[in-house]
Ligand binder design. Sequence first.
Ligand code: HEC
Length: 99
Amino acid sequence: MKRLIKFGLGAAVAAIALASIAASGARAAGTSAAAREKRQMFLRGAELWPIYCNTCHNARPGGEFSPAEWNMILMHMRTQANLTPRDAHAILEYLKDSR
Ligand code: HEC
């Protein structure tokens, strides 16, 4: 009887452990898709920034302004540089994350 209880408990613990591993796996998959997208935008921004933002003046590095300031600046500079929304987003992502 005691052994049976022990086995039952062990199985319950194992089931809970498995369920939480599965849950954290699902969470990790969700965040990694978002993280991959973010990473791709960052890399694209890193490529585009020296091309677009260096044509009229020296390209200003991400650390020079706060993320809120970059939002404002990009609203203005994206029209100057004639950027597509996606390219503007990529450059913004890069500037904010390279601080
Ligand atoms: C067509 C020319 C042109 C392009 C391309 C351009 N800029 Fe500018 N930028 C300007 C001019 C002109 C000013 C200064 C006057 C103004 O604010 O309009 C300026 C000013 C700035 C400033 C200074 C703001 C301050 O308060 O010191 C920053 C930062 C900046 N640009 C960032 C960028 C970024 C990032 C890009 C790339 C997306 C970019 N610029 C592309 C013309 C350009």
